[in-house]
Design a protein around this ligand. Structure first.
Ligand code: SAH
Length: 461
């Protein structure tokens, strides 16, 4: 490491900038963003456009221009740059010559600027392009409101420091704030609520009462871990305990923070599971113990996921809840199968329904789904495929309507099969184990999986 990253307060004195090409202008912008008082030297009068309030002079800096300066930045051509660099070095003035780490005593990193949170990435000048690529990756994973979150914590630092008493650890306090419900709420945009909760926690810290935990009800998507949202990933990485269902794939469990406890609360063939009220009880218990709890569900928690029920029970128990949406099976499976769920003129409505009687599907009103322009996505329909077929046909849907059965969508063992509505029970019986989604509608004929099946048939003829 030749260059140590430091954060430089540029408001302590003027910065000399020499040159007027695009690189010098880029430095002008970044110095302005840092609040620097800039003395900008251009070599000809034509170049001062874009000065935007910087004090501008024509010609190279003279001795008096160096007075009080805290740094020199130049991009004015090889010879001038070399002379300026040796002059600055002889005065022990920090100097940066753009793209010449050999002449510089400091270099500019690629930066992620989120207000009070600034991340600097450097490659010692070896590859600014690589530094910029890394910066982009960091940009993607940093929550949008991280800078505001830092400023908010900054406002309460002194108040908390005043509480430092008998072994009270401010470090652990802030870790809990960052990784816990307050952080989750703030980053989710509920800034006022989060700030109110922080004030309560600070008051509690003064009295040693235990902290209250929080539950995030998180959608895990259909199986492929790359389909987790950034928020879901963040919740998994900052959890203490995760309660998950059978629909959550092993690849997704692999993204949970290593030290977090993983508790399976789903149902599996021959195992009824612990039941909804026991799940509720455990969620409440874990949150009351001050843990950062994640309730992880396949797809989206608000689509046939009982997320709504759990949220109500938890809120009634006085526990803060955050909902993190997930990609629901219909969207994940449709994307994988190349199946547009709506299509201009042909399919103008998408209905998401369940065929599971336990979810209340016994009195499904099929008549509302008989229209040709409605695409029907049926969840939990594998065992009820015959009822789906007869219900739709009796309501007037054409028995020749294209259908697709999409099993284990977005997982390594996914399989799809297509045919017509009248063949649905046979198709459902041949895809193997669930979970599987049934899609009924003319759009199925536009899908990749349909076209592949047609090609196979033609090749066989
Ligand atoms: N909350 C979930 C749905 C839970 S209900 C979501 O939003 O996706 C369970 C049903 O979802 C399954 O019976 C099946 O119809 C569907 N499903 C879930 N994951 C699936 C997958 N990977 N492939 C196909 N269907 C899936």
């Amino acid at each position: 490491m030749r260059f140590l990253p430091l954060f430089f307060d540029l408001t302590t004195g003027p910065v000399i900038l020499v040159g007027s090409g695009p690189q010098a202008l880029a430095k002008l912008r970044i110095l302005q963003a840092a609040g620097a008082d800039i003395r900008w030297h251009v070599l000809s009068g034509d170049d001062i456009e874009g000065a935007d309030g910087a004090e501008t002079k024509i010609g190279l800096p003279a001795d008096e221009d160096f007075l009080g300066a805290v740094a020199l930045v130049a991009s004015a051509g090889k010879e001038i740059d070399e002379r300026l660099a040796s002059r600055a070095r002889s005065m022990n003035l920090p100097v940066n010559i753009v793209d010449r780490p050999d002449l510089s005593t400091f270099i500019f990193p690629a930066i992620v600027d989120r207000g009070d949170v600034v991340v600097a990435v450097g490659t010692g000048g070896a590859s600014p392009v690589l530094a910029r690529r890394l910066r982009e990756k960091i940009e993607e994973i940093l929550p949008e409101r991280i800078g505001e979150f830092a400023s908010m914590m900054g406002r309460y630092r002194e108040r908390l420091a005043a509480l430092r008493h008998r072994g009270f650890s401010t470090r652990r306090f802030w870790e809990r704030v960052i990784d816990g419900p307050i952080g989750a709420q703030f980053l989710a945009g509920r800034t006022a609520k989060a700030e109110a909760a922080l004030i309560i926690e600070i008051d509690r810290a003064g009295t040693d009462r235990p902290a209250q935990g929080h539950v995030s009800i998180v959608g895990a998507g259909p199986g492929d871990p790359d389909l987790l949202t950034l928020k879901a990933l963040h919740a998994l990485q900052s959890s203490d305990i995760v309660f998950y269902d059978d629909l959550v794939s092993p690849a997704i469990l692999g993204r949970i923070r290593r030290d977090a406890e993983q508790v399976f609360v789903g149902k599996r063939k021959g195992h009824p599971g612990i039941g909804q009220s026991e799940i509720n009880r455990r969620l409440i218990e874990a949150a009351k113990a001050g843990l950062n709890v994640v309730r992880l569900k396949g797809g989206d928690p608000f689509i046939f996921g009982r997320g709504g029920e759990e949220r109500e029970v938890l809120e009634a128990a006085g526990i803060a809840v955050t909902i993190v949406p997930g990609i629901t099976a219909a969207l994940g499976c449709a994307a994988e199968a190349g199946l547009p769920l709506t299509l201009r003129k042909e399919a103008t409505r998408l209905s998401i329904v369940t065929a599971n009687t336990a979810e209340g599907a016994d009195n499904i009103d099929w008549s509302g789904l008989a229209d040709r322009t409605t695409t029907v996505a049926i969840y939990m329909g594998l065992t009820a495929a015959s009822a789906v077929k007869s219900g739709l046909i009796a309501a007037g849907r054409d028995p020749n309507t294209p259908v697709a059965v999409l099993a284990r969508g977005t997982r390594p063992d996914s399989r799809s099969i297509t045919g017509t509505l009248s063949q649905l029970p046979m198709l459902a019986a041949s895809v193997g184990d669930g979970p599987a989604l049934i899609v009924v509608g003319d759009v199925v004929a536009h899908s990749q999986v349909w076209k592949e099946a047609v090609e196979l048939l033609e090749a066989a003829e």
